[in-house]
Design a protein around this ligand. Structure first.
Ligand SMILES: [Fe+2]
Ligand SMILES: [Fe+2]
Length: 305
């Protein structure tokens, strides 16, 4: 049955090892193309003879995603060793984009190893992580935004002398804060225009969607789901989804980093991205109005220096 199978992204074809891949024999039947336990390249089939579309069993999807994750993490370590920051960023964004395409429990947890690799490699040389968020990429996607916020979070943590465990946790919270957007209609997210009230309401549901998604994951710290839920709340109760005034420390940090990243990187047809100074000036207005944490804002500016 077609509904039991899902298409494999061409870019990932050679990354699957533990799960079988299938080809479509006819409208009703799928046949095994690559058995479990080996890579496609080990079959020594010429690339142009591989069927244009291969499939995975939906029940194998999470396991297959872990293969993909493993391969990307290996690539990431290689990129870091070769000191090519642009490649490091491209690999991380691709990996996150991949995981966000199937954001289920069992898949998202794996992103902690990616954050651990980055924190592990770069905390010894904080200069490198400093400009990571500014390295540009072609498309401004949720994955790119999330990776940028993660980089700002690690930078913040390093400047505040957090220990490695706390640094990794803040990085992970930042990376997953917008995971609920994977459930939002992508057309709305990419719309090159101002949104209608109804469309805005849909976007505004992403903290709750993210919370519900992360609730099902096995993260050892509840802060991960909490920051996803609270990062659009404001200290004066004017935020969403719940109008809270008491927010977790990480949520207060991520909400400032999140605004800054979006203002400085997200070019929209109706507004250009801003230079950091202007973005900070704008965020400061919210700090003065009692919406964002004053102390954390000061620490954040310090982390950018
Ligand atoms: Fe958000
Ligand atoms: Fe965000």
């Amino acid at each position: 049955m077609q509904t039991n199978y899902t298409k494999v992204r061409k870019s990932n074809l050679f990354l699957y090892q533990s799960v079988p891949l299938y080809f479509k024999a006819n409208a009703e039947r799928f046949g095994i193309y690559k058995p479990a336990g080996i890579y496609l390249k080990e079959m020594r089939v010429k690339e142009n003879l591989i069927p244009r579309q291969l499939y995975l069993k939906k029940t194998d999807k999470a396991k297959g995603m872990r293969d993909v994750q493993k391969a990307f993490n290996k690539q990431l370590k290689y990129d870091i060793k070769s000191n090519n920051l642009q490649n490091v960023k491209t690999t991380v964004v691709q990996l996150v984009d991949e995981m966000f395409s199937e954001p289920s429990s069992g898949v998202l947890e794996g992103l902690s190893s990616t954050v651990n690799i980055i924190v592990g490699e770069y905390t010894n040389d904080p200069e490198i992580i400093k400009n990571f968020w500014q390295i540009s990429d072609k498309d401004y996607t949720t994955a790119l935004h999330s990776v940028n916020v993660m980089a700002l979070a690690i930078r913040y943590a390093i400047s505040q002398r957090y220990n490695k465990i706390k640094t990794k946790l803040l990085g992970l919270c930042a990376l997953l804060h917008d995971v609920g957007k994977t459930k939002t209609d992508q057309e709305i997210l990419k719309a090159p225009r101002k949104l209608s009230d109804e469309e805005f309401a849909k976007i505004k549901s992403h903290p709750t969607q993210g919370y519900n998604l992360l609730k099902r994951c096995k993260f050892s710290n509840s802060e991960v789901k909490l920051t996803a839920l609270q990062h659009h709340e404001k200290l004066d109760g004017s935020g969403y989804p719940n109008g809270l005034t008491h927010l977790s420390e990480f949520s207060r940090i991520i909400s400032i980093l999140d605004c800054f990243e979006a203002l400085t990187n997200d070019d929209r047809p109706y507004r250009d991205s801003m230079i950091p100074f202007k973005a900070l000036d704008l965020i400061q207005k919210d700090v003065i109005a009692g919406k964002l944490d004053r102390d954390i804002f000061a620490k954040f500016i310090y982390s950018l220096l």
